[in-house]
Write a new protein. Structure first.
Ligand SMILES: [Zn+2]
Length: 508
């Protein structure tokens, strides 16, 4: 199965119709509108990302104008053939010598079931996953390629000495999609996330190294110490940090992933660990990066979901570029930055996805689409301000309730000793998950102040309500009456401090 030529892309027509598998040529060269069709949102994101990577390396737009052309018009058959001509046999899942994202002759005693390749399907801590049983029984070539790609690039390692990808074990991936009904289709979304040559040159400091072979054609040498700057575009986008080899395919039948009939299906793979180090950070175009100065040295890492706080709390890191002269900085994903620049007036949504993990265990799957109204591209500082307001009110509530929990030792006011501040924080996040994304989806970024002030009032109310709700069982408790009163006073003080900021100073 060749990813550039076979029917493997799991789609359904945008206007309704049966799921089916199509070729890359059908996807890129026709006017038909498709959507991805897989049973899991993380696998759909991985499929999208895999397609973006294939298109990125095969048809690099020379400039903005060329990219706009690709977005508006399907590729001609000639341009398609020209693009894939460079990659004969490179992206074949069952190539006899160089199979896609695998190495031949993996030294493993026992095969591993395909469910291990579907991130988070096995293991005890994944009770939050809703998965159809038997999903990993036997996968078609397409689903297998998507799962291989996802495991290598987006998911925590298999654990026990296996390596995770170039962005670490649980990077947040951010991509862009169009909102206009005519352009939400898969073809447009792919092109919106392809970098032009000038964007690539800036991102990779002129070192695209396009002739460098991917890891399955030129394996990583065991024990090697590799400078991230020496990893070229193709090798980096399709990086495979583990030794994996699919078991021979089994008989034809239904794929347990996409549900399509497949001539060849895969029910297991061999895996073996090996060691190497990558020094520095490869500037992956699909993730926000964070820079922190520690002991005079700048440390760079990719954004990850490290707590259960909702995604809006990370939005400024996803969208806003901060480059202070010295100190902490943040860079949105290169594809998001480019889209904001080239498609300044387009209505777009953000696709944000990642896993929250504890080492090899996945605790949470976080994949969502967030709408930000057009115009944010010109005023990213407003996003920063809205996120900060949301966090400030959360902190006010938490601080006041912490007083209730701990009491005040110097005044001999006894605290409740029950962590109601944690309960309130979770509820605050749950309710703000509707408020803040709704505001950003509809905000007029040219005149934001009235709506931002209305948000403050809503959050003020929310804090007061949640405070009364979580302390209600103790209102008449003789030993805690004073603690409730002191904490309530503290909340009023914090909220009134925040009210002083009203009038949009924060957004200025
Ligand atoms: Zn399938």
């Amino acid at each position: 199965m060749d990813l550039l030529q076979s029917k493997w892309i799991p789609v359904r027509p945008l206007n309704g119709g049966a799921p089916q598998a199509i070729t890359l040529e059908q996807l890129l060269c026709s006017n038909e509108h498709w959507l991805l069709s897989l049973p899991r949102d993380d696998m759909e994101l991985a499929a999208l990302q895999l397609l973006i990577c294939l298109v990125q390396v095969s048809w690099i737009p020379e400039d903005e104008h060329a990219l706009q052309g690709y977005v508006t018009k399907p590729l001609t058959i000639d341009a398609f053939r020209q693009g894939i001509a460079n990659w004969r046999d490179t992206f074949c899942l069952d190539h006899p010598e160089y199979p896609f994202m695998q190495v031949k002759g993996v030294d493993a005693k026992e095969p591993t079931g395909m469910d291990k390749l579907l991130a988070g399907l096995t293991g005890a801590t994944n009770c939050t996953f809703i998965n159809e049983p038997g999903q990993g029984d036997a996968l078609c070539g397409g689903c297998t390629a998507i799962a291989l790609f996802n495991q290598a690039n987006n998911a925590p390692s298999f654990g026990g000495g296996f390596k995770s990808g170039l962005r670490g074990g649980s990077p947040v991936t951010t991509l862009v999609q169009a909102v206009d009904a005519r352009f939400t289709d898969l073809r447009t979304t792919i092109w919106l996330n392809v970098l032009t040559r000038p964007s690539l040159v800036t991102l990779m400091c002129d070192e695209l190294q396009l002739s460098q072979l991917p890891t399955w054609q030129q394996p990583i040498v065991a024990g090697a110490s590799i400078a991230a700057a020496n990893i070229g575009l193709v090798r980096g986008l399709f990086w495979q940090p583990d030794h994996i080899e699919l078991c021979p395919a089994i008989v034809a039948g239904q794929c347990s992933g996409c549900g399509q009939h497949a001539d060849k299906r895969y029910s297991g793979f061999f895996k073996a660990k090996f060691n190497f180090t990558v020094n520095g950070t490869w500037p992956h175009p699909h993730s926000p990066r964070l820079f922190q100065v520690k002991k005079g040295e700048t440390q760079e890492k990719f954004l990850a979901f490290t707590t259960s706080a909702p995604s809006w709390t990370q939005l400024s890191r996803v969208l806003v570029r901060l480059q202070p002269e010295k100190g902490d900085a943040q860079l949105p994903a290169a594809v998001v930055t480019q889209c904001a620049k080239i498609f300044r007036h387009a209505k777009t949504q953000l696709i944000v996805g990642g896993y929250r993990n504890n080492q090899a265990s996945i605790l949470e799957r976080r994949h969502e689409v967030m709408a930000i109204n057009q115009g944010w591209q010109n005023s990213p500082e407003i996003i920063e301000a809205v996120v900060q307001i949301g966090l400030n009110y959360k902190t006010a509530l938490r601080k006041a309730l912490y007083t209730f929990v701990e009491g005040i030792k110097t005044s001999e006011i006894k605290g409740a000793g029950i962590a109601v501040h944690e309960v309130a924080e979770r509820q605050y996040y749950r309710q703000s998950e509707l408020l803040i994304p709704d505001l950003l989806a509809t905000l007029n970024f040219a005149e934001p102040i009235a709506k931002i002030d209305a948000l403050r009032i809503q959050l003020h109310q929310l804090c007061t309500e949640l405070f009364e709700q979580v302390t209600a069982p103790y209102h008449h408790h003789p030993k805690l009456v004073r603690a409730v009163a002191v904490a309530r006073q503290s909340l009023r003080k914090h909220l009134s401090d925040l009210k002083q900021l009203q009038g949009g100073q924060n957004a200025a």
